[in-house]
Design a protein around this ligand. Structure first.
Ligand SMILES: [Zn+2]
Length: 392
């Protein structure tokens, strides 16, 4: 290759997206061994950007300029070979008294993070996903999902920290944001802090760095509608009607459209959606809300019936409440169809009732069933939120 090939092409800015497939790039390290304009160059441990979906590699700006500079020096010294090993150092930025594990290479080499001001602020810090458990289960904290890879934690004093979920299921936050949290909270985060996996591609990155808001997936939209309903109910009744335990937080973050139409995939889709949207509803909190509305609670009712009773009371309309509940009951039934040892006849009967209510053909594939359930869940949850805000 020629040294001129190393200069960025006119107007080309290296971003976090692959030039070929538009997928996200991760930071990685390579041994750069090439003849560059007649000089043999060997740079061991050079930071590169690697496409997550294939094997394409791209040079971050700093690596480009490092090679150009090494080449210039070799020319200057009249040498025709250069061999060097990059010394990896970790720079400690001036944020947080609690010493988090992070990698300053991420800040300098992942595109879009380095700034001429607030040096180190946008350094990604990585956590186990179970770090989020506390924020969905401890009073005073709330976990909000804007999508399955972009969310935020709202703390007791109403400060908000945005977070992302990368493709490895790890939680990512900015070092500078973490500093705004009280120190005891930082200690808690530190307990789930893990080494960087150099992967930051997520809707969190898209939104925060590129100000790019892609249309969230249908399950992401349903999840966001769920958060909004819980928030409104909390504002009005002072209680969280639904919360996810640590395992279900991970399920929620991993919600995805089905990939194949197999019995196993059908069961997994039904089970995961049901756990997040149905089972996470709290029987006892729903009972409290009903009592606050001045209605008596039949003992035998469980979560879905209790939620329906709340909606009936708020809307003062049985059939409107039943219509809003419909997607949740459909989802519940779908799970029953796939997770119990039913006779084929009984199972087919339930599935027919599911597809009928979704207005799909009886032999609908899991892709359409999933899409229809999530779409209907989303709009129902949005309407439930209005009912909570406006209902009497
Ligand atoms: Zn690619």
């Amino acid at each position: 290759m020629q040294v001129s090939d190393l200069f960025p092409k006119d107007g080309h800015v290296q971003r976090l997206y692959c030039d070929n497939c538009n997928g996200y790039l991760d930071l990685a390290y390579t041994d750069f061994i090439k003849f560059v304009s007649e000089i043999y160059m060997e740079v061991i441990g050079l930071p590169i950007l690697k496409c997550t979906s294939r094997t394409e590699e791209f040079l971050p700006d700093r690596s480009r300029f490092a090679i150009i500079e090494l080449h210039r020096r070799a020319m200057e010294n009249g040498s025709n070979t250069i061999s060097t090993t990059r010394k990896k150092t970790i720079e400690i930025f001036d944020y947080c008294n609690v010493s988090f594990d992070y990698d300053s290479d991420d800040y300098y080499y992942l595109p879009g993070l380095e700034r001429s001001f607030d040096k180190g602020f946008l350094t990604p810090v990585f956590f186990n996903s179970r770090v989020l458990y506390k924020y969905d289960s401890v009073p005073g904290y709330r976990l909000q999902f804007a999508s399955t890879t972009y969310g935020s934690i709202v703390t007791e004093d109403d400060s908000m920290i945005s977070l992302g979920i990368n493709r490895n299921g790890h939680v990512v936050m900015w070092l500078g944001d973490i500093e705004k949290l009280p120190e005891n909270e930082q200690h808690y985060l530190k307990s789930e802090n893990i080494q960087s996996d150099h992967s930051i591609g997520s809707e969190f990155y898209d939104g925060q760095i590129e100000c790019k808001f892609t249309d969230p997936t249908v399950e992401g939209q349903a999840l966001a509608a769920r958060t909004a309903l819980i928030e409104s109910a909390n504002d009005r009744f002072g209680a969280l009607i639904s919360h996810l335990d640590s395992e279900v937080v991970e399920i929620a973050l991993g919600l995805k459209a089905p990939l194949v139409d197999t019995e196993k995939e059908r069961k997994a889709i039904a089970d995961n959606l049901n756990r997040v949207f149905v089972e996470a509803l709290s029987d006892s909190i729903l009972k409290e809300v009903i009592q606050k509305l001045g209605v008596s609670v039949p003992n035998s009712t469980r979560n879905l019936k209790r939620l329906q009773l709340i909606l009936t009371t708020l809307l003062n309309d049985d059939s409107a409440a039943a219509a809003l509940m419909n997607p949740l009951f459909v989802l519940y039934d779908l799970r029953v169809a796939y997770s119990h040892l039913l006779s084929d006849e009984k199972k087919n009967e339930i599935i027919k009732s599911v597809t009928d209510r979704l207005e799909l053909p009886e032999n609908a594939d899991i892709f359409s069933i999933h899409n229809e359930i999530c779409t209907r869940l989303k709009s129902s949850l949005i309407d439930m939120k209005s009912a909570v805000e406006r209902g009497s």
